[in-house]
Design a protein around this ligand. Structure first.
Ligand code: FES
Length: 568
C-alpha cells in the first residue's frame, strides 16, 4: 500500500538532498525555529497566498483577512502558513497590469507547487490578481479557495454619491470639456476612493469576484461583502475552514472548474453587465484546464441572457448595494433556469443545493427579474468581419444606442503616443460621426494590451458637448468605462492583423445587431497596402519582455503564454 503521508502536510514535495528522511528532518528543524510544536506540524497544511502590498490599496485589508483565514484554518484543525506572491494594482503597474498577470500566475503556480500545502486560500482582489491566482492554481492542481478582498465604500461629492471608477472617468470627461475647474476635480479626487478595497462598480475586480463565486471556486455569497465589513471578515474565516475541509477531501480545482462551471460563469458575466476583461480572463483560466471558450458560444448565450444587475457602468448602483440586495445568490436565483445546477462548489455541494440554502428572495431594486431586465441581451456582444477575422467585442449595455448601427470615416492613430500627441489638437480633422481608430495596443503591440481602448473624445468635440463616438482598437478598456467602444480586435495590428492597414479617411461600418465590423476597403487595396508597408512584429533582446513577446497569445486565447495553456 502506498504511504499516503508522503503526499500530505510537511512531507509533501520534499527538497531534494537524495535522502528523504534527512530532507524531512531538516525541514522540521527549520520550521521549529519559528516555534511550532510536533502536534502543529502533523496537521493539514493550508497555504495562504498573501498579496498585501503598500502599492496595492485594493488589498489594504489583507492583514485582517489573513488573520481571519488563519483563525478559520485553526478552528477546523489545520495549520495555516501564509506566503507572499506578486501583487498587482491597476494604477501602480507600468506599462500596464496585464503585462504582469501571467508573471503573477507563474509565481502563484510555482509557489503552490514548490511549498508543502494540502490546500491553499488565494487572497486577491484588484483586477489582474484573481485571474492570475486562478490561472496558477488551476495549473498547480492543489485544492484551493478564492477569497476576494471586497469592494471599497462609495464617497460623496457635493451630495452626489461617487465611486471608482466610472465616476472617475465621468468627472475627468467633464474636466476635459471644461465643465468643471481644477479646484473641483481635485475635490472629486478626494472622494472617489472612500476606503480600501476594490473598485465599487461592476468593473473588472467586481466582475471577477462574481465570476469566482459563479465558478464555485469561492464561497457562496462571498463576492459582494465590502472590504471593510464584518461580513467580509467572516467570509475569510469560513474560507479558511473550507480549505481544511477540501484538503481532507482532496477536492481539486479541476473538479470544480469544469466546462459547466465556465458556462455558468459566462452567464453571470453577461447578466451582471460585467467587464469585457472578464472574457479574456475566463478564456485564460479555462485554457489552463484544456477547456476551450468559444466566442460564438458566448455570443449565442448573450442573446438569451439579459443584463439583470443594475450597477454602474451599465446601470446606477454600486457593489455595496448589490450586497444589501442579497449578493450574487439573488442573481443566481433569477438565472436558475439558465444555469448548470449540478456544477460542484468548493463547499462540496452543488450550485443547486447552495441556492436552495440561500434563503428566500426579498424586495430590492438592484437585481431585476428576468421579466424586467436592465438590458434585453447580455452585456457583451461578439463582432466579426474583415476588420476582425478572429473576433472583437463590445460592451453593448454601456454603449450609446444611437451608435450601435453606424458608418463613419476613420480617424486613425498609429499608437498610444500618436494618440496622446494629436487627440486634443485644435487642427485635428475630426467630426462627431467619425470613427476613432487606435492601433498597436494589443497583446504584443503595447505590449501587454493596456486599457487604452477607451479613447478620449477629442477636446474640440468634448467642448461642443459630444459625449460618445464609435472607437475601435486592439486593446482593452477598464470594466468601469462606458461608451460605444469596440475592443480586442483580433488579430492585433502589431502582428499584421487587418487593423494595421486602416488609414484615415477609410469608411468603417459597425452593426451590433448583425454582429459585424467591416472595413469598407477592397481586398485588392488592402493587399497593396500590406505589400507597401509590411509589419515587423515586436521583439526584445532579453528578460521578461522577451518571454512575453515570444509567448503571448492573442485575445481569443486569453492573452496567456502559449506554453502555460494545457495541451488539448
Ligand atoms: Fe484595484 Fe480597481 S484599481 S480594483
Amino acid at each position: 500500500m502506498a504511504d499516503e503521508s508522503k503526499d500530505r502536510g510537511l512531507e509533501k514535495g520534499l527538497t531534494s538532498y537524495g535522502d528523504r528522511g534527512f530532507s524531512l528532518f531538516l525541514r522540521k528543524a527549520f520550521i521549529k525555529g519559528a516555534g511550532y510544536t510536533d502536534d502543529a506540524l502533523t496537521r493539514p497544511v493550508i497555504g495562504i497566498a498573501d498579496t498585501g502590498s503598500a502599492f496595492n490599496p485594493c488589498h489594504g485589508n489583507a492583514p485582517q483577512l489573513l488573520d481571519a483565514v488563519k483563525r478559520g484554518v485553526m478552528l477546523a484543525g489545520g495549520l495555516p502558513v501564509e506566503f507572499p506572491t506578486i501583487s498587482i494594482h491597476e494604477s501602480f503597474a507600468h506599462p500596464t497590469s496585464m503585462y504582469l498577470r501571467n508573471l503573477m500566475s507563474i509565481d502563484t503556480e510555482e509557489m503552490i507547487r514548490a511549498q508543502p500545502m494540502d490546500a491553499v486560500v488565494l487572497i486577491g482582489g484588484c483586477d489582474k490578481t484573481v485571474p492570475a491566482q486562478l490561472m496558477g492554481a488551476a495549473s498547480a492542481g492543489v485544492p484551493c479557495v478564492q477569497l476576494v478582498t471586497g469592494s471599497m465604500l462609495t464617497g460623496s461629492h457635493q451630495g452626489e454619491r461617487v465611486g471608482a471608477c466610472t465616476d472617475c472617468r465621468r468627472y475627468w470627461g467633464r474636466y476635459r470639456a471644461e465643465e468643471i475647474d481644477a479646484d473641483e476635480i481635485s475635490r472629486v479626487n478626494d472622494q472617489l476612493v472612500a476606503s480600501v478595497g476594490t473598485c465599487s462598480v461592476m468593473g473588472t475586480a467586481s466582475t471577477m469576484a462574481c465570476i469566482a463565486e459563479a465558478l464555485g471556486i469561492a464561497l457562496p455569497g462571498s463576492a459582494s461583502p465590502p472590504a471593510v465589513t464584518a461580513e467580509r471578515i467572516r467570509v475569510a474565516e469560513r474560507s479558511g475552514a473550507t480549505a481544511v475541509a477540501i484538503a481532507r477531501s482532496k477536492l481539486t480545482p479541476d473538479r470544480i472548474l469544469t466546462a459547466k462551471a465556465f458556462e455558468n460563469a459566462l452567464r453571470v458575466l453577461l447578466a451582471i453587465g460585467g467587464s469585457t476583461n472578464g472574457v479574456i480572463h475566463l478564456t485564460a483560466i479555462a485554457g489552463r484546464l484544456g477547456i476551450p471558450l468559444d466566442l460564438a458560444r458566448l455570443d449565442a448565450m448573450g442573446r438569451e441572457t439579459p443584463v439583470l444587475v443594475d450597477l454602474k457602468p451599465s446601470g446606477k448602483h454600486y457593489m455595496e448595494d448589490l450586497h444589501r440586495a442579497g449578493g450574487l445568490p439573488t442573481l443566481l436565483r433569477e438565472l436558475k433556469s439558465l444555469l448548470h445546477l449540478d456544477a460542484l462548489v468548493v463547499t462540496g455541494r452543488t450550485l443547486g443545493e447552495e441556492l436552495d440554502q440561500a434563503g428566500a428572495p426579498f424586495a430590492q431594486d438592484v437585481v431585476r427579474p428576468l421579466s424586467k431586465p436592465l438590458y434585453p441581451e447580455g452585456g457583451i456582444a461578439v463582432l466579426r468581419g474583415n476588420l476582425a477575422p478572429g473576433g472583437a467585442i463590445i460592451k453593448q449595455s454601456a454603449a450609446d444606442a444611437k451608435l450601435m448601427r453606424h458608418e463613419g470615416r476613420a480617424v486613425v492613430f498609429e499608437d498610444a503616443e500618436d494618440l496622446a500627441r494629436r487627440i486634443d489638437a485644435d487642427d485635428l480633422d475630426v467630426a462627431p460621426d467619425d470613427v476613432l481608430v487606435l492601433k498597436n495596443i494589443g497583446p504584443k503591440g503595447a505590449p501587454g494590451m493596456p486599457e487604452a481602448g477607451y479613447l478620449p473624445i477629442p477636446k474640440k468635440l468634448a467642448r461642443r458637448g459630444v459625449k460618445d463616438m464609435v472607437r475601435i482598437s486592439d486593446g482593452r478598456m477598464s470594466g468601469t468605462a462606458a461608451g460605444t467602444i469596440v475592443l480586442h480586435v483580433t488579430p492585433e495590428s502589431a502582428v499584421g492583423g487587418p487593423l494595421a492597414w486602416v488609414q484615415s479617411g477609410d469608411r468603417i461600418r459597425l452593426d451590433v445587431a448583425a454582429r459585424t465590423l467591416e472595413l469598407l476597403v477592397s481586398e485588392g487595396e488592402l493587399a497593396r497596402r500590406r505589400a507597401a508597408r509590411p509589419v515587423a512584429e515586436p521583439r526584445a533582446e532579453r528578460g521578461y519582455l522577451r518571454l512575453f513577446l515570444d509567448s503571448v497569445t492573442q485575445a481569443d486565447q486569453g492573452v496567456d503564454f502559449d506554453f502555460l495553456r494545457k495541451p488539448r
